[in-house]
Design a protein around this ligand. Structure first.
Ligand SMILES: [Zn+2]
Length: 122
């Protein structure tokens, strides 16, 4: 994830995280159809293909990630308004030139931080 968000900055990068039992086993980068530094929409066909891959691997969608190359370390008002899936939203942001990630759940317009734990290389 970090490589992708770094490579695509200053545009927002986005993608999906899938796995089992709350443990991520698959990361799929999806093209930001907006090609914008301020917002993202997943390219619909790529997003659909990503969902197909997750399903055929027998995994479930656990998270959606995107980056805020110049933005806050938390979901923006637009992110909150547009949150559609009851999964963890991972936000990548820069702090003193280093990319960091935080996880949030957004339900009915309420944002709650959740702990992320790195168990592998990504
Ligand atoms: Zn955002």
């Amino acid at each position: 994830m970090r490589r992708q968000v770094r490579r695509l900055a200053p545009l927002e990068a986005c993608g999906l995280l899938a796995g089992m039992n709350r443990r991520v086993e698959m990361r799929i980068g999806v093209r930001n159809a907006d090609q914008s530094p301020l917002h993202f929409h997943m390219e619909p066909l790529e997003q659909w293909r990503a969902f197909q891959r997750i399903e055929s691997a027998g995994l479930e969608l656990l998270g959606i990630y995107h980056s805020h190359p110049n933005g806050p370390d938390r979901p923006s008002p637009m992110d909150i308004a547009e949150a559609m899936y009851p999964v963890v939203q991972v936000i990548w942001f820069q702090q003193e030139g280093k990319w960091q990630a935080r996880g949030f759940r957004i339900e009915a317009g309420k944002v709650r931080e959740v702990a992320l734990e790195v168990v592998g290389n990504e």
